[in-house]
Design a binder for this molecule. Sequence first.
Ligand SMILES: Cc1cc2nc3c(=O)[nH]c(=O)nc-3n(C[C@H](O)[C@H](O)[C@H](O)COP(=O)(O)O)c2cc1C
Length: 188
Amino acid sequence: MKVVAIIGSPRQHGNTEILAEKALKAVSEEGIETEIIPLAGKDIRTCTACMACVKTKVCSIQDDLMPIFQKMKDADGIILASPVYYGSCTALLKALMERTGYLSRFNGDAFKGKVGGPLVVARRASQVFTVAEIDLWYHILGLTIPGSSYWNIAFGREIGEVSKDIEGLQTAYNFGKNLALVLKKIKA
Ligand SMILES: Cc1cc2nc3c(=O)[nH]c(=O)nc-3n(C[C@H](O)[C@H](O)[C@H](O)COP(=O)(O)O)c2cc1C
């Protein structure tokens, strides 16, 4: 079994990645393979509504998305992690959600039955809104979201600051444990 975590921050090794590492630590402790997939530095453009994927099952845009979609398709679990940008997830993650959502749909609901959920970090506000925003993607595509001990949010501004948010890190860890538990039950 494998769980991938997509990091929607344009900053390398930032707070979002630290939070996702904590969740993946819990997952790997349960003997499940994990991989971090940072979107930082990648060319991920927004959906153009060309509808080519309906017929061809691949995206017509020539950028870095298709190999990431393949990894998401091959995984049993998908975590989407994002910092809050102006009250929402980053444009980078939203672009990935738009296009992989349609790709999943037109590849026989490829994400249906997978397990996962959001992880969100911000300096001050809108983490819960952003969790709810990303939850919508999971729900419409037929994935299952395990719970944690709190909503999957944490606080931090400068790179590394999230490490001081003990409850936030613990919530991510508990989410990872529950994700592994649900995956093991589904696959048993
Ligand atoms: C363009 C931009 C917009 C932001 N908007 C918000 C916001 O609406 N609310 C908030 O609390 N923090 C906001 N922040 C702060 C980031 O969410 C915060 O620094 C976060 O830790 C960044 O995660 P990273 O280290 O993974 O990039 C914003 C940061 C940037 C660069």
